[in-house]
Design a protein around this ligand. Structure first.
Ligand code: PGA
Length: 248
Protein backbone atom coordinates (compact mmCIF):
# COMPACT_ATOMS: atom_id res chain seq x y z
CA UNK A 1 0.00 0.00 0.00
CA UNK A 2 1.21 3.53 -0.72
CA UNK A 3 2.11 5.31 2.53
CA UNK A 4 0.04 8.46 2.95
CA UNK A 5 1.84 11.79 2.86
CA UNK A 6 0.56 15.07 4.32
CA UNK A 7 2.28 18.34 3.44
CA UNK A 8 1.74 21.75 5.03
CA UNK A 9 1.84 24.70 2.64
CA UNK A 10 2.15 27.75 4.84
CA UNK A 11 2.20 30.11 1.84
CA UNK A 12 3.29 33.66 2.81
CA UNK A 13 2.30 33.32 6.46
CA UNK A 14 4.13 33.05 9.74
CA UNK A 15 6.71 34.85 11.83
CA UNK A 16 9.52 33.50 13.93
CA UNK A 17 7.33 33.80 17.03
CA UNK A 18 4.32 32.12 15.36
CA UNK A 19 6.54 29.36 14.03
CA UNK A 20 7.96 28.60 17.47
CA UNK A 21 4.47 28.33 18.92
CA UNK A 22 3.43 26.05 16.05
CA UNK A 23 6.50 23.85 16.55
CA UNK A 24 5.82 23.54 20.24
CA UNK A 25 2.31 22.27 19.61
CA UNK A 26 3.32 20.05 16.71
CA UNK A 27 6.15 18.45 18.67
CA UNK A 28 3.79 17.66 21.53
CA UNK A 29 1.58 15.56 19.24
CA UNK A 30 3.81 13.83 16.72
CA UNK A 31 2.21 12.87 13.42
CA UNK A 32 1.77 9.19 12.59
CA UNK A 33 2.08 9.57 8.86
CA UNK A 34 4.81 10.93 6.64
CA UNK A 35 4.76 14.71 6.97
CA UNK A 36 6.39 17.66 5.21
CA UNK A 37 6.24 21.26 6.39
CA UNK A 38 6.78 23.98 3.76
CA UNK A 39 7.34 27.44 5.30
CA UNK A 40 8.51 30.58 3.45
CA UNK A 41 12.19 30.38 2.38
CA UNK A 42 13.48 32.55 5.21
CA UNK A 43 12.15 30.16 7.85
CA UNK A 44 13.43 26.92 6.31
CA UNK A 45 16.39 26.59 8.63
CA UNK A 46 14.31 27.41 11.72
CA UNK A 47 11.90 24.65 10.78
CA UNK A 48 14.69 22.20 10.04
CA UNK A 49 16.08 22.84 13.51
CA UNK A 50 12.67 22.89 15.16
CA UNK A 51 11.70 19.53 13.67
CA UNK A 52 14.86 17.68 14.70
CA UNK A 53 13.83 14.52 16.49
CA UNK A 54 10.44 14.35 14.73
CA UNK A 55 9.73 12.33 11.59
CA UNK A 56 8.68 15.45 9.68
CA UNK A 57 10.70 16.81 6.76
CA UNK A 58 10.96 20.36 5.48
CA UNK A 59 10.17 21.65 2.01
CA UNK A 60 10.15 24.92 0.11
CA UNK A 61 7.17 26.36 -1.77
CA UNK A 62 9.02 27.25 -4.96
CA UNK A 63 12.52 27.43 -6.45
CA UNK A 64 14.35 28.66 -9.52
CA UNK A 65 14.65 26.64 -12.69
CA UNK A 66 18.24 27.94 -13.01
CA UNK A 67 21.33 26.43 -11.47
CA UNK A 68 23.10 29.51 -10.05
CA UNK A 69 24.29 32.99 -10.95
CA UNK A 70 22.81 36.36 -11.86
CA UNK A 71 19.12 35.71 -11.16
CA UNK A 72 18.25 38.38 -8.61
CA UNK A 73 15.69 37.29 -6.06
CA UNK A 74 15.76 33.63 -7.02
CA UNK A 75 16.63 30.61 -4.86
CA UNK A 76 18.38 27.55 -6.31
CA UNK A 77 17.58 23.90 -5.63
CA UNK A 78 21.05 23.33 -4.17
CA UNK A 79 20.49 26.20 -1.72
CA UNK A 80 17.32 24.54 -0.49
CA UNK A 81 19.19 21.29 0.09
CA UNK A 82 21.99 23.25 1.76
CA UNK A 83 19.37 24.73 4.11
CA UNK A 84 18.11 21.29 5.06
CA UNK A 85 15.02 21.10 2.84
CA UNK A 86 14.33 17.83 1.08
CA UNK A 87 11.04 18.67 -0.67
CA UNK A 88 9.75 21.49 -2.86
CA UNK A 89 6.21 22.39 -3.96
CA UNK A 90 6.22 23.22 -7.68
CA UNK A 91 3.53 24.50 -10.02
CA UNK A 92 1.14 25.64 -7.29
CA UNK A 93 -1.84 27.36 -8.90
CA UNK A 94 -0.95 30.63 -7.13
CA UNK A 95 2.45 30.53 -8.88
CA UNK A 96 0.83 29.63 -12.19
CA UNK A 97 -1.86 32.33 -11.99
CA UNK A 98 -0.13 35.21 -10.20
CA UNK A 99 3.48 34.72 -11.38
CA UNK A 100 2.92 33.43 -14.88
CA UNK A 101 4.42 29.98 -14.43
CA UNK A 102 3.57 28.03 -17.57
CA UNK A 103 3.49 24.27 -17.87
CA UNK A 104 6.93 24.50 -19.48
CA UNK A 105 8.41 26.53 -16.62
CA UNK A 106 6.92 24.13 -14.09
CA UNK A 107 8.37 21.18 -16.00
CA UNK A 108 11.80 22.82 -16.07
CA UNK A 109 11.61 23.37 -12.32
CA UNK A 110 10.62 19.78 -11.67
CA UNK A 111 13.53 18.59 -13.80
CA UNK A 112 15.92 20.89 -11.93
CA UNK A 113 14.61 19.76 -8.53
CA UNK A 114 15.05 16.09 -9.40
CA UNK A 115 18.53 16.69 -10.80
CA UNK A 116 19.51 18.36 -7.52
CA UNK A 117 18.01 15.57 -5.41
CA UNK A 118 14.93 17.42 -4.13
CA UNK A 119 11.55 15.66 -3.98
CA UNK A 120 9.01 17.69 -5.96
CA UNK A 121 5.33 17.96 -5.08
CA UNK A 122 3.98 18.77 -8.53
CA UNK A 123 0.65 20.62 -8.32
CA UNK A 124 -1.99 20.37 -11.02
CA UNK A 125 -5.61 21.50 -11.10
CA UNK A 126 -8.33 23.24 -13.07
CA UNK A 127 -10.04 26.58 -12.53
CA UNK A 128 -13.78 26.84 -11.90
CA UNK A 129 -14.33 28.07 -15.44
CA UNK A 130 -12.44 25.11 -16.87
CA UNK A 131 -14.47 22.69 -14.72
CA UNK A 132 -17.73 24.29 -15.78
CA UNK A 133 -16.67 23.93 -19.40
CA UNK A 134 -16.11 20.22 -18.79
CA UNK A 135 -12.38 20.57 -19.38
CA UNK A 136 -11.07 19.34 -16.02
CA UNK A 137 -9.48 16.09 -17.21
CA UNK A 138 -8.00 17.74 -20.28
CA UNK A 139 -6.41 20.63 -18.36
CA UNK A 140 -4.96 18.38 -15.68
CA UNK A 141 -3.71 15.88 -18.27
CA UNK A 142 -1.95 18.68 -20.20
CA UNK A 143 -0.29 20.02 -17.06
CA UNK A 144 1.00 16.56 -16.23
CA UNK A 145 1.96 15.60 -19.78
CA UNK A 146 4.35 18.51 -20.22
CA UNK A 147 6.18 17.39 -17.07
CA UNK A 148 6.14 13.71 -18.07
CA UNK A 149 7.78 14.59 -21.38
CA UNK A 150 10.82 15.92 -19.50
CA UNK A 151 10.72 13.76 -16.39
CA UNK A 152 9.51 10.18 -16.69
CA UNK A 153 7.04 8.92 -14.10
CA UNK A 154 9.72 6.67 -12.62
CA UNK A 155 11.68 9.83 -11.70
CA UNK A 156 8.64 11.71 -10.38
CA UNK A 157 8.17 8.85 -7.93
CA UNK A 158 10.83 10.48 -5.76
CA UNK A 159 8.18 13.09 -4.96
CA UNK A 160 4.40 13.24 -5.27
CA UNK A 161 1.67 14.82 -7.40
CA UNK A 162 -0.98 17.03 -5.81
CA UNK A 163 -4.36 17.55 -7.45
CA UNK A 164 -5.65 20.92 -6.30
CA UNK A 165 -8.79 22.24 -7.98
CA UNK A 166 -8.21 26.00 -8.04
CA UNK A 167 -11.84 26.68 -7.03
CA UNK A 168 -11.31 24.68 -3.84
CA UNK A 169 -8.14 26.43 -2.68
CA UNK A 170 -8.70 28.73 0.26
CA UNK A 171 -12.42 28.93 -0.49
CA UNK A 172 -13.80 26.46 2.04
CA UNK A 173 -15.39 24.74 -0.94
CA UNK A 174 -13.79 21.29 -0.97
CA UNK A 175 -14.10 18.96 -3.92
CA UNK A 176 -16.34 16.08 -2.94
CA UNK A 177 -14.42 12.86 -2.31
CA UNK A 178 -15.99 11.52 -5.52
CA UNK A 179 -14.92 14.54 -7.59
CA UNK A 180 -11.39 14.29 -6.25
CA UNK A 181 -11.23 10.52 -6.67
CA UNK A 182 -12.32 10.80 -10.32
CA UNK A 183 -9.44 13.15 -11.17
CA UNK A 184 -6.94 11.13 -9.12
CA UNK A 185 -7.95 7.98 -10.98
CA UNK A 186 -7.50 9.79 -14.31
CA UNK A 187 -4.03 10.98 -13.25
CA UNK A 188 -3.09 7.45 -12.26
CA UNK A 189 -4.21 6.03 -15.61
CA UNK A 190 -2.27 8.72 -17.44
CA UNK A 191 0.83 7.70 -15.49
CA UNK A 192 0.08 4.04 -16.20
CA UNK A 193 0.10 4.70 -19.93
CA UNK A 194 3.76 5.64 -19.54
CA UNK A 195 4.82 3.37 -16.70
CA UNK A 196 2.37 1.01 -15.00
CA UNK A 197 4.71 0.27 -12.09
CA UNK A 198 5.31 3.95 -11.34
CA UNK A 199 1.58 4.64 -11.59
CA UNK A 200 0.81 2.13 -8.86
CA UNK A 201 3.51 3.50 -6.58
CA UNK A 202 2.93 7.26 -7.15
CA UNK A 203 1.46 9.21 -4.26
CA UNK A 204 -1.38 11.45 -5.37
CA UNK A 205 -2.28 14.12 -2.82
CA UNK A 206 -5.49 16.11 -2.76
CA UNK A 207 -5.39 19.81 -1.88
CA UNK A 208 -8.12 22.44 -1.53
CA UNK A 209 -9.84 23.30 1.75
CA UNK A 210 -8.84 20.07 3.51
CA UNK A 211 -9.87 20.38 7.17
CA UNK A 212 -9.90 17.97 10.12
CA UNK A 213 -13.63 17.42 9.45
CA UNK A 214 -13.29 16.27 5.83
CA UNK A 215 -9.78 14.78 5.73
CA UNK A 216 -10.64 11.21 6.63
CA UNK A 217 -13.27 10.79 3.95
CA UNK A 218 -11.03 12.29 1.29
CA UNK A 219 -8.04 10.15 2.30
CA UNK A 220 -10.17 7.00 2.31
CA UNK A 221 -10.67 7.22 -1.47
CA UNK A 222 -8.67 4.54 -3.27
CA UNK A 223 -6.47 6.93 -5.29
CA UNK A 224 -5.99 9.67 -2.67
CA UNK A 225 -2.75 9.16 -0.77
CA UNK A 226 -2.74 12.16 1.54
CA UNK A 227 -3.06 15.90 1.20
CA UNK A 228 -1.48 19.28 0.58
CA UNK A 229 -2.86 21.52 3.29
CA UNK A 230 -2.92 25.31 3.15
CA UNK A 231 -5.02 27.29 5.63
CA UNK A 232 -5.62 24.44 8.08
CA UNK A 233 -1.89 23.73 8.32
CA UNK A 234 -1.29 27.09 10.02
CA UNK A 235 -3.08 25.83 13.12
CA UNK A 236 -0.86 23.09 14.55
CA UNK A 237 -3.76 21.23 16.19
CA UNK A 238 -5.68 21.13 12.90
CA UNK A 239 -2.64 19.96 10.97
CA UNK A 240 -1.98 17.24 13.54
CA UNK A 241 -5.63 16.15 13.29
CA UNK A 242 -5.36 15.97 9.49
CA UNK A 243 -2.16 13.90 9.80
CA UNK A 244 -3.96 11.59 12.20
CA UNK A 245 -6.71 11.14 9.62
CA UNK A 246 -4.04 10.05 7.16
CA UNK A 247 -2.40 7.53 9.48
CA UNK A 248 -3.04 4.03 8.19
P1 PGA B 1 -6.12 25.48 1.31
O1 PGA B 1 -4.82 25.53 0.34
O2 PGA B 1 -5.97 24.21 2.13
O3 PGA B 1 -6.04 26.70 2.13
O4 PGA B 1 -7.31 25.42 0.44
C1 PGA B 1 -4.31 24.38 -0.27
C2 PGA B 1 -3.13 24.78 -1.12
O5 PGA B 1 -3.17 25.84 -1.76
O6 PGA B 1 -2.13 24.04 -1.20
Amino acid sequence: MRPNLVAANWKMNGSRADNQRWLQEFRAAPAHCETVVCPPFVYLQDLVQGLVGTAASVGAQNMSDRVAGAWTGEVAAEMLIDSGASWVILGHSERRAAYGESNEIVAAKVERALAAGLKPILCVGETLEQREQGRTQQVVAEQLQVVLQRCPAAQLLAGAIAYEPVWAIGTGRTATPQQAQAVHAAIRSQLAAQDPGAAVAMRLLYGGSVKPANARELFSQPDIDGGLIGGASLVAADFVAICAAAAR
